[in-house]
Every structure is written in C-alpha cells, then in structure tokens.
Design a protein around this ligand. Structure first.
Ligand code: Y43
Ligand code: MG
Length: 454
C-alpha cells in the first residue's frame, strides 16, 4: 500500500474550480491532492513576430511557483532576475502540450498566453499545470466563440497530463506525490489527448533503468489516470461555461420567462420557440450550448428517453429543463420506427435518409394500410422534484412521395386526412395548432401550475 492508503493506479483527489479569478478570459484552480495551481488564459491581439501576417495564432505558457509553495522559501525568480532552466523547460512543455490540440489557423491572428502559478507544490506540478491550463484555455476560447469573435472552435481535442513512476520497491504507480517522487527509481510525465494519442512522454530512469515491459505498464497507468482527469476537466468546463449564464434561472422557484429545452433538433427548437413566444417565454436549447455532451437515448419508450434527457440536463445544470422525445409509429411496421425514429437510417440522424428508408420499407403497402401516428412525449424536470410527463399523438397516413417544404423530419410524408395536406404543407403556425407536440404542450400547460406549486 502507498502513502495515504492509495492504490497503485489511484489518482490523488482531483478538483478543478473553473472561473477561479474574475479578470482573465479563462481561469481555473486545479488540485492534484496537495498540489495546487492557478491557471489563467489571456487572449491578446498581438502575436509573436514569426507568425505575424500568416493569419495564424499562437499559444504561449509561463510557469512559476510562489516562494512558499515549497517546504522552505524559494527566492522568487523575479528577485534573481533570471528564469531557471527548470522553469523554462516546464513552460515550454505546457505550451507544446496545449498547441498539440489547438488549430492555430482556426485561432486566427491572436495569441493566448496561459499562466500557471503553483501556489502549493507536492509533486506533479507540471502535469497539474497542463491539465488545469487546458481548462482555462478552453473557457477563454468559449468566450471568443460566444462573443462571435470566432466562428469555428480551434480546439481539436482535450489534453491532460499525469505523472507515473516506479517506486524504490519496484511498484509502478500513478500520480506521485512529492515524497514518492523524490525516492522514485523511474519517473515519467505523460501528456495525452482525448482521442487517446500521446502529445508528449518524458521518462527518466535515473536511479534504475526500465524495461519495455515496465514502460508499457507505466503507459497503461497513465492512460487510466488521464481518462479520469478528462472527466474532471469536462465537468469543470461545462460548469464554467453554463452555470454562470444560467445561475439567474436557478434561483427562481417559479417558472421564469426562460426555459431550457434539452434538444439539439433545430426543427423542434423552432416550434418550441414559436409556441413559447406566445406566452412571453424565451426558449434556449442545447444548440446554444455546443459543449454540453449528448445524452444517450438508451430508453425503450418515449417517456424513458424524454425523462433521461430532461433529468440529466436538469441535474447537471441545476435548472428546470423540458425535453421532447418524439417519433413516428407506423401500423404496417408494428409501430416502428417509434422511439428509434431519429436513428432509423443510422447514427447520422439524417431526415432525408430516414424518409427514404421509410418509403422503402412501405414499398408494397397500399394507401389504406399506411396509417400511422406521430407521437410526442414531453418531460419537465427540476432538480429534487419528481418530473412531469405528458404525451400528445395525432393520426395520419404515410404518402409514397414527399409533399411540402416546411417543417422537418418526417413532415413531408405525414398526410393529415382532415386537412388534406401533409405537415410539411402547413405553415409553422398551422402545424403548431394541431401537431403531436402542440397537443402535448397543451397538456403540459394544464398540469404545469399544480406541478410547480406542489
Ligand atoms: O414534428 C415532427 N415532424 C417531423 N418529424 C418529427 C417531428 N417530431 C419528431 N420527428 C422525428 C424527428 C426525429 O427523427 C424523431 C425524433 O427523435 P428524437 O430523439 O425525439 O429527437 P432528435 O434526436 O432529433 O433530437 P433531440 O433528442 O435532441 O430532441 O422523430
Ligand atoms: Mg434524440
């Protein structure tokens, strides 16, 4: 057993506090156990001479330690008037690691300077710096994206780093603290990206050399640690970008004039915007938050999936969230595609491919047997409250050629007998008075007040 009862493959307690400081564009306080580093990212228009005029940007890093970050007071480098070789080496490593995941062309002619200031050192300060610096960088880039200064995200992958080593007793271990590190036979810093590639490996067998087999063990330990670090980074980035903006909504106990809808479907988003606009409620959707990960729809019913989407996002962001799970139930296909409507023709969720597949499956089915229902389940979730679900359904018939240009998804194939047209031949306004979604929303309105006050 290691110090503090840690297992060989166990990280120290890792925390990342995003937006730790108010002035920088991006900042984070990262802790790997007792090692603590403040990381900031600053965006400036001025680029170094060697990239000027190329349209490309640059990422620099600076690293420093406070005098009492260590056991005994270390004289400030500013007082010595000289940057040490160690500092130089570490800040170059940090900058290289970050540049390995940034598309400098997409960044445009601007520089991002990342500052890593160690406030307490207990081993692994350079790996903590890289891991925290990435969060600060990402938060700063998000500001550029949100402000419209950038239209495309220049960050290709996430990057994180961890130390591994072989202790005196021959044990290979993850994330060494200072005492372990000082006595280690072999120590190594591993920098990896979220696609599982290495950005840099620095391994030194100073006290004892190491074999290729031992190297593989160390790399596997590093990979495990980095996977875990990336989860912490991800949560910090999401918290840093979204929580801030949405904080105002959280504190209200009553429904506010803004609602977050857990959908990434632009067609649904437009319909909800129109339907809620009449009530004076502004709609935000996940399209406004590209960094929120997709919620996997693992349920087998509309209700399960709607709850999954609403509750996951509500829990993560401590907000009231509405989600919609909808689909087409075709009688001749035993109710299919049903909950699988979005993925009917494959993972890419293409409306055109879905419609083509539906037509193909129904090739020999005569018009009177092409009956179907459009179904919509809405789930309303609020942290700590039992969720509310309602459903709406409308009957129709699947045509054999698409008709109409409006709407989205299966609209051009869904013919409504009583109206004599498809959903795609209706205006948005007309569709919104009679669609499955409109019906579900009506029920939601009825149930809403009681739910909120309960
Ligand atoms: O009014 C509609 N008119 C035409 N098609 C529709 C409609 N309502 C749902 N649909 C189709 C779109 C999608 O192929 C599937 C829903 O799948 P569903 O998982 O609920 O939505 P999605 O994945 O597109 O977006 P998200 O989960 O982010 O809300 O049914
Ligand atoms: Mg979906």
């Amino acid at each position: 057993m290691r110090r503090n009862n840690r297992k060989n493959d166990e990280l120290r307690k890792i925390t990342i506090e995003p937006n730790y400081l108010i002035h920088p564009e991006g900042s984070a306080l990262i802790s790997f156990g007792n090692t603590r580093v403040i990381c900031t990212a600053t965006i400036e228009a001025q680029v170094p001479r060697f990239v000027k005029g190329t349209g490309k940007g640059w990422v620099h890093a600076e690293y420093s330690m406070l005098p009492r970050a260590t056991h005994t007071r270390k004289v400030r480098e500013a007082a010595k008037g000289k940057v040490s070789g160690r500092t130089m080496e570490i800040q170059r490593l940090i900058a290289r690691s970050l540049r390995s995941v940034v598309d400098l062309e997409k960044l445009g002619e601007r520089a991002i300077t990342v500052d890593c200031d160690v406030i307490q050192a207990d081993g692994g300060t350079r790996t903590a710096s890289i891991t925290g610096a990435f969060v600060a960088l990402r938060l700063a880039v998000d500001k550029l994206l949100q402000g419209g200064m950038l239209t495309e995200n220049p960050i290709r992958e996430n990057v994180a780093a961890v130390s591994v080593g072989i202790l005196e007793d021959g044990e290979a271990v993850l994330d060494l603290d200072y005492i372990e590190d000082s006595a280690a036979a072999v120590d190594m810093n591993i920098v990896m990206t979220s696609d599982g590639q290495f950005s840099e490996i620095q391994g030194t067998g100073e006290e004892a050399t190491f074999s290729p087999e031992q190297l593989n063990v160390l790399l596997a330990l590093g990979k495990k640690g980095i996977d875990e670090l990336m989860d912490v980074q991800h949560a910090a980035i999401v918290e840093g970008t979204i929580l801030e903006q949405e904080q105002s909504v959280i504190n209200d106990t009553h429904p506010t004039n803004e609602i977050l809808i857990a959908t990434r479907n632009a067609g649904k988003a437009k319909e909800f915007e129109a339907m809620f606009a009449k009530k004076g409620v502004t709609v935000k959707t996940l399209l406004d938050y590209p960094e929120i990960p997709d919620v996997e729809e693992t349920g087998t019913t509309f209700e399960e999936n709607a709850l999954l989407k609403a509750e996951t996002i509500a829990r993560t962001f401590q907000l009231m969230v509405l989600a919609d799970d909808s689909g087409l139930k075709v009688d001749a296909l035993d109710g299919n595609p049903g909950v699988y409507s979005a993925r009917y023709a494959g993972k890419m969720k293409s409306d055109a491919a879905n419609n083509a597949k539906l037509l193909h499956e129904l090739t020999d089915i005569p018009p009177e047997k092409r009956t179907a229902q459009f179904h919509c389940t809405l789930a309303l979730a609020y942290p700590g409250k039992k969720s509310l679900t309602v459903s709406g359904e409308i009957p129709g018939r699947i045509l054999s050629i698409p008709k109409g240009e409006n709407g989205f998804g299966y609209d051009p194939l869904f013919y409504i007998e009583t109206k004599g047209k498809t959903l795609a031949e209706m205006t948005k306004e007309e569709k919104n008075t009679m669609s499955h979604r409109a019906k579900a929303l009506e029920k939601l309105e009825t149930a809403w007040d009681e739910w909120i006050n309960h």
